[in-house]
Design a protein around this ligand. Structure first.
Ligand code: SF4
Length: 124
C-alpha cells in the first residue's frame, strides 16, 4: 500500500522539505526537491540510509581522556547504535595522530573510524 511522508533532504544547507510517496522501497512520486540530488537522497533513504557519525573514544595517558573520532564515510543508519557500543570498548594509547585509524573496518562495513584531532601524551 502506498505511503506518503515528508523528508528533509540533508544533502546541502537548503534542507528542502520533500514529499515522498512510496510503496516499500519503490519510489512512486517525489515533490518539493529543488534539484535532482533530492530524489537521489530519497532513494537512498528508502533503500540504504546512511549518516556521518562523530563521537569520542577513550585515550590512555593522553593530555585529555577522550579524543573526537568520526566515520570516514557515511555509516549505515540502522547500525549506528551498534557502532557506538563498539567504540565504547575502544581505548587508545597516547599519543594519537590526527586522521589515525582508531577502528578499522568497523562492524565489517569497510568503513574506518578516524581520529579528528591529535592527542599528545600527558607529561605526568
Ligand atoms: S533537494 Fe537539492 S537543493 Fe534541496 S536540499 Fe537536497 S541537494 Fe539541496
Amino acid at each position: 500500500m502506498p505511503v506518503t511522508e515528508k523528508m528533509i533532504c540533508i544533502t546541502c544547507p537548503m534542507g528542502c522539505s520533500i514529499e515522498v510517496t512510496h510503496e516499500g522501497e519503490t519510489l512512486l512520486h517525489v515533490d518539493g526537491n529543488t534539484c535532482p540530488r533530492g530524489e537521489e537522497y530519497v532513494r537512498r533513504e528508502l533503500t540504504d540510509p546512511r549518516r556521518m557519525v562523530a563521537t569520542t573514544v577513550r585515550v590512555k595517558d593522553g593530555v585529555h581522556p577522550l579524543v573526537p573520532v568520526y566515520t570516514a564515510r557515511p555509516f549505515p543508519k540502522p547500525r549506528i547504535f551498534e557502532l557506538l557500543a563498539a567504540l565504547r570498548q575502544v581505548e587508545l594509547d597516547a599519543p594519537v595522530a590526527m586522521g589515525q585509524v582508531v577502528l578499522p573496518n568497523a562492524l565489517d562495513t569497510g568503513i574506518d573510524i578516524l581520529a579528528s584531532r591529535e592527542m599528545p601524551r600527558s607529561s605526568s
